[in-house]
Design a binder for this molecule. Structure first.
Ligand code: CDP
Length: 228
């Protein structure tokens, strides 16, 4: 169509834990027929593997070596159980393992290691540069794909985010304690935003949306407008 603009080729969505980035990213990728890539699953996969192998997650060089030697495969979902993608390592489907509380509790420590970030950022950048992608994380607009055509930073209060995470866990039929989740969200934000390499922060050219004030549909509509 003559006057129709093409949507942005590379879309970056960053923000703190449980701000609704994945929900937004997934819907947007579906609407545009783009690849949805949630980079958090890669940090979670390395954390899960380290715990599985009995590594001390404080052993930075051992964890970084693990990140370098591991190939993490993120594929389109093979099952309709609420997953956004399959996460496969060494032929094992670890899609749900990486959502466990022990991964939540350790992932920010693992993600702060420069060696881990170098290994995973390179893989993410390669995938992102193919284009037609919605990539979600903490440092996509600032470090992984600074050339992204549209950058969204999705924020919300810690309380709202903890409530959302609590409801997700309950919906999966698991037990959850709201206060404990809130404390963990706050702790993870603190580590993510104060680390030396690629800290959580909006890119200078990011559009900041507050999901305290907008529900999931409103956030989606706003971003769709921005794409048009
Ligand atoms: O879904 P949720 O917001 O809980 O977190 P996630 O996106 O799965 O990311 C888990 C953790 O990985 C974050 O708390 C960060 O420590 C780290 N991460 C990162 O450092 N950089 C990214 N691009 C994505 C995630």
């Amino acid at each position: 169509m003559p006057n129709q603009k093409t949507p942005p080729n590379i879309i970056a969505i960053d923000g703190p834990a449980a701000s609704g980035k994945s929900t937004l990213g997934r819907r947007l990728a579906d609407a545009l027929a783009y690849l949805f890539f949630d980079t958090g699953v890669m940090y979670r996969a390395v954390t899960w593997l380290a715990l599985q192998r009995g590594l001390d997650v404080r052993d930075e060089s051992a964890v970084a070596a693990l990140a370098e030697e591991t190939s993490i495969d993120v594929r389109p979902p093979s099952q309709e159980d609420g997953r956004a993608c399959d996460v496969i390592v060494n032929e094992d489907d670890i899609t749900w393992n990486i959502r466990r509380p022990e991964v939540d509790a350790n992932v920010s420590v693992v993600a702060a290691y420069p060696g881990v970030r170098t290994a995973l950022t390179a893989q993410q950048r390669r995938i992102g540069l193919r284009g037609r992608v919605v990539m979600v994380g903490r440092d996509i607009g600032t470090v992984v794909l600074p050339e992204a055509d549209l950058k969204i930073y999705l924020d919300a209060s810690a309380e709202k985010r903890a409530r959302r995470r609590y409801e997700e866990i309950i919906a999966r039929g698991e037990k959850a304690d709201y206060d404990e989740i809130l404390q963990k969200v706050i702790q993870r934000d603190r580590i993510d935003s104060t680390r030396a390499v690629a800290p959580l922060r909006p890119a200078e050219d990011a559009i900041i949306l507050d999901s305290d004030k907008l529900d999931a549909d409103q956030v989606f509509e706003r971003v769709k407008e921005l794409c048009e």
